[in-house]
Design a protein around this ligand. Structure first.
Ligand code: ZN
Length: 345
């Protein structure tokens, strides 16, 4: 990427209403069979065109072909029984009915590689693909086989690395691992969390990103955030470890959050994918607001390492709002880019 301040979104975009119920997480598909396969591809095409038209530099699939950022990956693995569901506590925050690990987990065939190849065909711009991180995967399951979160995380890390290598071979330029669990389980984060993430990213030439957020879209996440007080210092736990890791880029949320900006200093040297779009609000930011959020961060990250982004996925938003936010993101980045090049003259 030669562009200064290359923009990209964290992950999801709303799906078209003919494909899935809008403004709903876990929304069931409205089509089936061949019609569903074709519908997913049409939705992905549209997501790519909207991002490109609205000035996004690194293009994602908008998660148009998957139902959920963790579960859709797990569904494709063997060793997990989706009929045997148990209620477990997720992110130490809310109870959910999840599938059960009943035997050794393995990836018998690629999960997203065909979809990534299709995305590659739609654009000449750099492309990014998101995978769940090992810790977030184990935290979305019941385990009756390994009976050890750490052991299962290492297994998933190996599987994720297989998938990531094939995504890279399919032409993916940036591979992102989503680890919201890094904001919750600090002891495990230190013991094996970052180590398993590095295992997942091992040997990749593609740029690697870890996305750590506070969660959206459900009441339990909003309630939890309300308990965190005026300063959200959770990143203080993961950032020093990530600064020392092989991961290239750290994605964090900033717009309308209570994350103290100076925490970014803890990842000095890494690229910072900064959330300058609030995905929990239906108000579309102005370009000036986006530029302000980005400019403030420049005290703690060099401009050539700043990647303007959204706070998280935008699946739960009304479609026109999410698309408006894409335009705001690129317009805000352009404002700051002009400012920086004027100052350099
Ligand atoms: Zn997120």
């Amino acid at each position: 990427m030669n562009t200064l301040l290359p923009t990209s979104i964290v992950g999801s975009l709303p799906k078209p209403s003919w494909l899935a119920q809008p403004e709903t997480l876990w929304s069931p598909w409205k089509l089936e069979g061949d019609a569903l396969a074709e519908g997913k591809q049409d939705a992905l095409r549209s997501a790519v065109q909207e991002q490109a038209r609205r000035g996004i530099d690194v293009i994602s699939d908008g998660e148009q072909t998957r139902q959920h950022f963790v579960t859709t990956f797990i569904e494709h693995l063997s060793g997990v029984d989706f009929d045997q569901r148990e209620t477990v506590r997720i992110r130490d925050r809310y109870d959910a009915s999840v599938p059960t690990v009943v035997g050794a987990v393995s990836r018998e065939k690629p999960v997203f590689v065909d979809d990534a190849r299709f995305l590659r065909q739609q654009t000449d711009q750099p492309i990014k693909w998101a995978l769940p991180g090992p810790m977030t995967m184990i935290d979305t399951l019941s385990d009756r086989h390994y009976r050890s979160r750490e052991k299962l995380a290492w297994e998933f890390a190996t599987i994720l690395n297989q998938e990531a290598r094939e995504l890279e071979a399919a032409g993916v330029d940036v591979i992102q691992f989503d680890e919201p669990a890094f904001n919750v389980f600090f002891d495990e984060l230190k013991d094996w969390g970052v180590a398993t993430l590095e295992r997942a990213a091992e040997g990749l030439r593609a740029e690697t990103v870890v996305h750590i957020c506070y969660g959206y879209g459900i009441k339990a996440n909003n309630d939890w955030k309300a308990t965190l007080g005026s300063e959200w210092r959770q990143y203080e736990e993961s950032f020093p470890l990530l600064q020392q890791s092989i991961i290239d880029t750290v994605s964090l949320e900033r717009a309308n959050s209570h994350v103290p900006l100076d925490l970014i200093e803890l990842i000095r040297g890494k690229k910072v994918m900064l959330g300058a779009i609030d995905v929990s609000s239906t108000t579309v930011e102005t370009p000036e607001q986006v530029a302000d959020t980005l400019r403030d961060a420049l005290a703690f990250v060099d401009a050539d390492k700043l990647v303007p982004s959204t706070n998280c996925g935008m699946a739960p938003l009304p479609r026109d709002v999410a698309l408006g936010k894409l335009s705001a993101l690129s317009a805000g980045a352009a404002l700051l880019r002009d400012e920086l090049s004027a100052n350099a003259r």
